[in-house]
Design a protein around this ligand. Structure first.
Ligand SMILES: [Zn+2]
Length: 129
């Protein structure tokens, strides 16, 4: 567990820490405030996941055993512990949270518009045909 940057309580798990982004921040169980890590940590996590996914498949073929696939969870566990040590949690301020809210709102607005457009398109082709 890692310290919350707001209240210094050990409330953030390793995986939650390395996967915390401004769009999906880690929420402290003690104070309820949001925090995230540098984008480089997220990038490295995605890259490591990709490498270990293919690496474990190659390893399993090389060993001729499905046990080779265990390299994926083991590798990811090691990488996430390393990354969690490397990158500190950044407390999410109001600017970050407000930006996130705007993006979420815009995404939903777009989804609703797309659904409406599909519905109108579907109704118009239905009535014409
Ligand atoms: Zn906290």
């Amino acid at each position: 567990m890692y310290d919350c940057p707001h209240c210094s309580t050990k409330s953030i798990g390793t995986w939650r820490k390395v996967s915390a982004t401004p769009f999906s921040p880690a929420i402290c169980g003690n104070c309820g405030k949001a925090s995230f890590v540098s984008g480089w940590s997220n990038f490295a996590t995605v890259l490591a996941a990709e490498v270990f996914l293919w690496g474990s498949i190659v390893f399993a073929i090389f060993l001729g055993s499905f046990y080779g696939l265990l390299a994926l969870p083991v590798g990811m566990a090691v990488i996430s512990i390393l990354l969690a040590q490397l990158f500190p949690l950044i407390p999410a301020n109001d600017f970050v949270l407000e930006t996130r809210r705007k993006i979420v709102r815009r995404t939903w607005g777009f989804a609703v518009l797309a659904a409406l457009a599909l519905l109108i398109y579907g109704l118009s082709t239905h009535s014409a045909g």
